[in-house]
Design a protein around this ligand. Structure first.
Ligand code: KG4
Ligand code: ZN
Length: 347
C-alpha cells in the first residue's frame, strides 16, 4: 500500500496519545497527560494513570479525527501500543483499539512502544536509512539498538544494568527538591549551572567495565554520588548549588550516552545514528551527540523535542511502516505485554 491512513493509540504510561498519519505524513497528534495528577507523589501512580486514560481516550480520539479532517471509515489500519508499559494503562488503549478495529473492520497492529520512539523521526526526516544505530532513552528504558528493519529486525547491543536514563533524571530531581518529571526541570536548571563544577562518575567506563559492558549503561552509581554530594553539603551547613549539581549530573549522563553511542556506531560500521525516547528531548544530549557524531563522521537524526516524549503519532507511523512493509497484522485476541522485549516489533 502506498501511503496508508493509520490511526495510532498510545497509553503505556501517563500520556494518552492519539495520532493519525498518512504514510510518513503527520495529520494529527493529540496528547492528554495525567502528569499533574502524579506530580505530588513524585512519580506515576498506576491506578491513577489507568483511570485518567479511561477519561481521556474518547475525547482525544475525537480531537485527533477532527484535526486530521478524516472520516474514521477511511482509515486503513488501527495501531496501538501493546507493550511495554503499565498493565492497567496499556489495556485501556488496547481495548479502544480493538473496538475500533472490530467496528470498522480494519486490521489491528499491536506494537512496541520503544520501537515507536525509534521510528518517530521519519515523520520529520523521511524514510530511515538502514542499518542504523539507535540510542533509545526513556523513563523506563535505555538501549543501544542495531536496526536493520524497523518493522522486524532489531538487535539489542546494549542496555542499562540498573536505572534508565530518564529514571535517573527523575530520581535526581526528587533529591534536589525539584518536581516530577525531572528531565525538563533539570534540563532548565542545568542551563544556568556549570557542568564542570562537580566531577560525577561516568558509569561502566573504566577499562575493566568496558571489557564486559562496552555498550551497556549504569546510572544508579551516579544517582548515589549526587545524593552523597548533596548530603555532605547539607551536613556541613552549606547551601546546595542546585543549578551546578543539575549541570554536572546532566553532563555525566550525556557524556556516557554519547560516547558509547558513537563507539557502537563505529564498531558496527553503521554511519547513521538515530536518537529517540523522552530523554532525547534533552538539550545537552542533543547538542553533544550532534557534536560527537559530526567529529566521527556519523550522520545523526533526532526528532524535534515535541515528538520525543510519549505520543500517538509514533505508534501510528510505526503502524504505517508495518503496513507498507506488508507485515501481517496482530490477532484481535492479543493481550497487553508489560514486559514486551524491544526486539518484538509487532505482537
Ligand atoms: O519516553 P517517555 O516520554 O516515557 C517513557 O516511555 O518512559 O520518557 C519520559 C522520561 C522521563 O523520565 C522524563 O524525565 C524524561 O523522559 N525527559 C527528559 C526531558 N524531557 C523528558 N529528560 C531529560 N531532559 C529532558 N528535556
Ligand atoms: Zn515512552
Amino acid at each position: 500500500m502506498n501511503a496508508p491512513l493509520v490511526l495510532g493509540i498510545e497509553s503505556s504510561c501517563d500520556e494518552t496519545g492519539v495520532g493519525i498519519v498518512r504514510g510518513r505524513e503527520l495529520l494529527a497528534s493529540e496528547v492528554a497527560s495525567s502528569v499533574d495528577l502524579h506530580a505530588r507523589f513524585g512519580g506515576v501512580v498506576p491506578e491513577v494513570a489507568s483511570r485518567a486514560h479511561l477519561e481521556a481516550i474518547a475525547p482525544a480520539l475525537r480531537r485527533a479525527v477532527d484535526k486530521a479532517g478524516i472520516d474514521l471509515a477511511d482509515i486503513d489500519a488501527v495501531a496501538v501500543t501493546a507493550g511495554p508499559g503499565l498493565m492497567g494503562s496499556l489495556v485501556v488503549g488496547l481495548a479502544a483499539a480493538k473496538a475500533l478495529s472490530a467496528a470498522l473492520g480494519k486490521p489491528l497492529y499491536g506494537l512496541n512502544h520503544l520501537v515507536g520512539h525509534v521510528v518517530v523521526d521519519v515523520l520529520e526526516h523521511g524514510p530511515l536509512t538502514t542499518p542504523c544505530l539507535a540510542l533509545l532513552v526513556s523513563g523506563g528504558h535505555t538501549n543501544l539498538l542495531l536496526v536493520r528493519d524497523i518493522t522486524g529486525d532489531i538487535t539489542e547491543i546494549g542496555t542499562t544494568i540498573d536505572d534508565a536514563a530518564g529514571e535517573a533524571y527523575d530520581k535526581v530531581a526528587r533529591l534536589l527538591g525539584l518536581p516530577y518529571p525531572g528531565g525538563p526541570v533539570i534540563d532548565a536548571a542545568a542551563s544556568r549551572g556549570d557542568p564542570r563544577a562537580i566531577a560525577f562518575p561516568r558509569g561502566l567506563t573504566s577499562r575493566r567495565d568496558l571489557e564486559r559492558h562496552r555498550f551497556d549503561f549504569s546510572f544508579s552509581g551516579l544517582k548515589t554520588a549526587v545524593a552523597r554530594w548533596v548530603e555532605t553539603r547539607l551536613r556541613d551547613g552549606l547551601p546546595v548549588p542546585v543549578d551546578d549539581v543539575a549541570a554536572s549530573f546532566q553532563e555525566a549522563v550525556a557524556d556516557v550516552l554519547t560516547a558509547k553511542t558513537v563507539d557502537a556506531a563505529l564498531h558496527f560500521g553503521v554511519p547513521d545514528v538515530l536518537l529517540g525516547g523522552g530523554v532525547a528531548a534533552n538539550s545537552r544530549l542533543r547538542g553533544l551527540l550532534e557534536e560527537r557524531c559530526q567529529a566521527a563522521g556519523l550522520v545523526l537524526r533526532r526528532p524535534r523535542p515535541g515528538l520525543c516524549t510519549d505520543n500517538g503519532a509514533m505508534i501510528a507511523v510505526l503502524g504505517a511502516e508495518a503496513v507498507m512493509a506488508g507485515r501481517a497484522p496482530s490477532d484481535l485476541s492479543i493481550g497487553a505485554d508489560s514486559g514486551m522485549p524491544v526486539t518484538t516489533v509487532i505482537a
